[in-house]
Ligand binder design. Structure first.
Ligand code: ZN
Length: 67
C-alpha cells in the first residue's frame, strides 16, 4: 500500500491518505489547488509522516480512507 500527503499551505496542515482510495478527495488532483500541494506516492505511512514533519507541517490522518 502506498500513501500520499495533502498539504494545506496556509494552515501548515498535512493530511496522510492511502494512495489507492475510491474517494477522489483522497487522491492527487490533476489541477493543483492554489494553496495546496501533494507529496507522494510514498511507500510507508511512517515515511509519509516523517516527510510531512520534516517540512514543518502538522500531521493528521485522513478520516475517510483511514491510512
Ligand atoms: Zn483520505
Amino acid at each position: 500500500m502506498s500513501f500520499c500527503v495533502n498539504v494545506d499551505k496556509p494552515t501548515k496542515r498535512a493530511t496522510i491518505h492511502t494512495f489507492i482510495s475510491s474517494d477522489p478527495r483522497c487522491q492527487p488532483q490533476d489541477k493543483q489547488a492554489q494553496d495546496g500541494d501533494w507529496l507522494g506516492p510514498i511507500d510507508t505511512k511512517q515515511e509519509a509522516i516523517e516527510a510531512a514533519e520534516e517540512a514543518g507541517l502538522n500531521v493528521h490522518l485522513c478520516g475517510l480512507c483511514n491510512p
